[in-house]
Design a protein around this ligand. Sequence first.
Ligand code: KMH
Ligand code: ZN
Length: 273
Amino acid sequence: MDPLLITCAMVGAEVTREQTPHLPITPDEIAAEAEACWKAGAAVVHIHVRRPDGTPTQDPEMFATVERKIRDRCDVIVQYTTGGAVGTPVEQRLAPLRNRPEMATLTTGTVNFGDEIFENSWGTIKALATAMLEFGVKPELEIFDFGMVDNALRLIKEGLLRPPYHFDFVLGVPGALSARPQHLVQLVSCLPEQSTWQVAAVGRSQLPLTTMAMAMGGHVRVGLEDNVYYSKGVLAKNHELVARAARIAAELGRPLLKPEEVRRLLGFPVRSQ
Ligand code: KMH
Ligand code: ZN
């Protein structure tokens, strides 16, 4: 079986300390957790950053601080969010890309997000994709519903994405596509050539859907951004979710990809500087 990429989405924008004491918030907490996830087998950490009071921010300085602290500890790939929180203006979502992170998320469509709307007009999608091209950032295409695959295909047609394309199916957000096995099979069948894909499923769907993805040859994302529980009533730590994914991968005969191997597999842009 092909080697497996494990990504850990450690923070998110919506999860609170009231929901779980294990949520890393400060730069030191996020960096320590990133190292623990890397040791447990994650090659990528997807980061959001927070103000000291715990509220989400897209402040590029805060991203730079967190990234530097992670870099001091390990060589895990640091993937920035460009989704931010629901309602974050596009200029703020774009701003951290100036730091030139190795990788960042790119949601390719508007979707209901619980009782709110996660807005991604074509103009926003294009602006994010264009900035990623300009700064040499590898996009991870965040797919919350079927139409977003078609928008990704449009980006390819318009020359705004470079192969290989990396897709993340975020299944089970209330208001978006549910985390059903048949949806995952259908989504995978819609992908263009030269694609890799992974599953991030919300709440109690995280374990079965990521296990299914591993069996299908895809990759996985776990972490508190999508799911705060290890099992019914038991709160998780990020690195515990990574360790469990790594154990399942071992049982399925899938060795884990190291960051350097991920950079090659996903075709990270070669940088001039
Ligand atoms: N917080 C969500 C509204 C991303 O990181 O790119 C969007 C999100 C996606 O978390
Ligand atoms: Zn995110």
